[in-house]
Ligand binder design. Structure first.
Ligand code: FES
Ligand SMILES: [Fe+2]
Length: 466
C-alpha cells in the first residue's frame, strides 16, 4: 500500500482530496468505461468563517428558500418503481406545496399539483396508491388521473362566467435520471439534463439504480432546520467521534471528495478497512461487518485479518456474480468495495454500493424553520440480502419489489426505526441546532473534509440571490 500521508505531502493543496489506493494486488482490475473514480477539478471556496446564523431559524429565510430554491430547483421525489403500473400515483409534499406523480396508461408519468381547483383542498393525503380519478372530499369535484377536470358538483348552480377558467390540475414538470424521478415547480425551468452535471452522471454510469426497489421508507419530523440536518450528512469528518463503532471497518479519513456544478458532489470512502488515524482502530481478527459481506459474496477462505478483506471480496464478487444476482462487469474493482456518498442538490444524499442505496432527504417544513421533514429510504437490487449495516435494512424486509411498500411515519422520539448509525445522528443533531442559535456561536469553520458544506452554500446563495 502507498502511504496516504506521503501522498498528501506530495499534493499539499489537495490535502484530503486526493485519496488513491494501490490496487495492483488485485488480479482482475477491468478497464471500465467512464473512469468512475476520476478526480474532479478542485473548487476553492476560501476559508472564511461562515457567519450567517440566521439561515437556521428565521422564518423569512425559509419563505425565501421556498420561493428561490424549492420552487425553482429540480427536486428528487422518488423512483419509477414506486409507481410501477398504470394508474399508480405517489404524492410529494415539498414545503407548502404538494404534488402528485401519476403513471399514465401509456406508461408515461405526469406531474400535477395536488390541490383542488374549487377552493384549495389538498386532494390526496395518501403517499402511494392507485386510482383513475382524484375526487375532492369537500364538495365532490373530480379529476381524471391525467389532471383533466372530470366533474363539477351541480354545475347548474354556477353562473357560466364563474366557470370560464382553466380548472385542470396545474401541471408540474417531471423528469427521470436512471430511474430517479425529479419534479420542478417552475414550469419554465431549464431541463433536468442541464441541472445534473454531465461529470456526475458519467461517474455514476455503472450503478443500476433504475432496477432497484424500495425496501425501507420512513418519514419523521426532526426538530432542526433542514440545512442543519443535511450538513451532517455531507461530511464524514464526524464519523470517528460520533460513530466510533465504524472505525474498525470504515475509513472515514482517506476520502476522495469530488465537487461538481450546481451543488452536486461525490465522496468515495474505502469501506472494510479501518480509519487510519489511530492504531487502536485496527481490529483484532475480522469485524462482523466484514464477515457478512464476505459470506454473501461466497468467500470460502476467510482472510486472516482486515487487510485481506477488500481483495478477497473483489475476487469473489466477480467470480460469483451470477449467484449473488448482480452484474459487476461495468464496475471497477474499487467500486465493488468502496462506499460512495453523493449530494443531489438541494437536500438529498445517496450513500451507496453497487447493491443498494440509502436515500435521505431533508425537506423544509411549510412554515417552521426549526422542523425538517426527514425521509429515510433504502433501495436495493431485487433479491439482494446484504447491504452495509448503516442502511438499517431489517432482515425481514421484502426485497422482491412485487409490492409497493407503504411509508412508515415514525414519531420524533422513535429512533430505533432508523438503524443504529442514523439513530446516533438523529439523537445528536438537535444539540447543533440549539448551539447555532446561541449568542456564543460566531459561525462555522470548515475543514477540507467538510468542503461539501461550503460547496452547498455556494450553490444555495446563488439561488437565494436569484
Ligand atoms: S374544495 Fe374541492 S370540491 Fe370544493
Ligand atoms: Fe452520522
Amino acid at each position: 500500500m502507498k502511504d496516504p500521508k506521503r501522498e498528501y505531502a506530495d499534493n499539499p493543496a489537495g490535502k484530503y482530496r486526493f485519496w488513491t489506493l494501490d490496487y495492483e494486488e488485485y488480479p482482475s482490475k477491468p478497464q471500465v468505461a467512464g473512469n468512475a473514480e476520476r478526480k474532479a477539478p478542485v473548487m476553492e471556496f476560501g476559508t472564511a468563517r461562515d457567519e450567517d446564523k440566521n439561515r437556521y431559524s428565521d422564518a423569512a429565510v425559509l419563505r425565501r428558500e421556498i420561493e428561490q430554491i424549492w420552487r425553482k430547483a429540480w427536486v428528487i421525489v422518488g423512483h419509477v418503481n414506486d409507481i410501477p403500473r398504470p394508474n399508480n400515483f405517489m404524492k410529494a409534499d415539498i414545503g407548502p406545496d404538494s404534488v402528485l406523480l401519476v403513471r399514465q396508461e401509456d406508461g408515461s408519468i405526469r406531474g400535477m399539483h395536488n390541490v383542488c381547483q374549487h377552493r384549495g383542498t389538498i386532494l390526496v393525503t395518501q403517499d402511494f396508491g392507485s386510482t383513475k380519478k382524484f375526487v375532492c372530499p369537500f364538495h365532490g369535484w373530480a379529476w381524471n388521473n391525467d389532471g383533466a377536470l372530470a366533474k363539477i358538483m351541480k354545475p347548474e348552480t354556477y353562473q357560466k362566467s364563474a366557470l370560464c377558467y382553466d380548472l385542470d390540475l396545474p401541471e408540474v414538470r417531471v423528469a427521470e435520471w436512471k430511474g430517479w424521478l425529479f419534479v420542478n415547480l417552475d414550469i419554465d425551468a431549464a431541463p433536468l439534463e442541464d441541472f445534473i452535471p454531465q461529470e456526475f452522471r458519467e461517474v455514476n454510469e455503472a450503478y443500476d439504480f433504475a432496477k432497484m426497489v424500495r425496501v425501507v421508507d420512513v418519514r419523521q419530523d426532526w426538530h432542526i432546520n433542514w440545512k442543519t440536518a443535511m450538513e451532517a450528512f455531507v461530511e464524514a469528518y464526524h464519523l470517528e467521534a460520533l460513530h466510533p463503532q465504524m472505525n474498525p471497518f470504515f475509513d472515514a479519513y482517506d476520502a476522495q471528495i469530488d465537487l461538481y456544478d450546481n451543488g452536486f458532489a461525490r465522496t468515495i470512502h474505502a469501506n472494510l478497512r479501518p480509519t487510519p488515524t489511530q492504531p487502536s482502530y485496527r481490529p483484532e481478527g475480522l469485524p462482523d461487518e466484514c464477515k457478512v459481506f464476505l459470506g454473501e459474496a461466497g468467500v470460502e477462505d476467510m482472510p486472516a485479518d482486515i487487510d485481506g478483506v477488500r481483495p478477497a471480496l473483489i475476487v469473489a464478487k466477480r467470480r460469483n456474480q451470477d449467484r449473488i444476482g448482480m452484474d459487476y462487469s461495468g464496475f471497477s474493482d474499487e467500486q465493488l468495495v468502496d462506499n460512495w456518498n453523493s449530494s443531489i442538490f438541494p437536500s438529498c444524499t445517496f450513500s451507496y454500493v453497487p447493491e443498494g442505496v440509502l436515500v435521505q432527504r431533508w425537506w423544509p417544513h411549510p412554515h417552521d424553520p426549526r422542523i425538517t421533514r426527514y425521509y429515510y429510504q433504502v433501495y436495493v437490487m431485487p433479491g439482494i440480502q446484504e447491504v452495509p449495516s448503516y442502511m438499517g435494512v431489517p432482515p425481514e424486509a421484502d426485497r422482491s419489489g412485487s409490492k409497493v411498500l407503504a411509508r412508515t411515519y415514525a414519531d420524533n422520539g422513535d429512533l430505533g426505526i432508523l438503524g443504529p448509525v442514523l439513530a446516533q445522528d438523529a439523537m445528536f443533531i438537535p444539540r447543533v441546532q440549539q448551539g447555532v442559535e446561541s449568542l456564543g456561536f460566531k459561525g462555522s469553520v470548515f475543514s477540507d473534509q467538510e468542503i461539501r458544506i461550503r460547496q452547498f452554500y455556494d450553490a444555495y446563495y446563488r439561488m437565494m440571490e436569484g
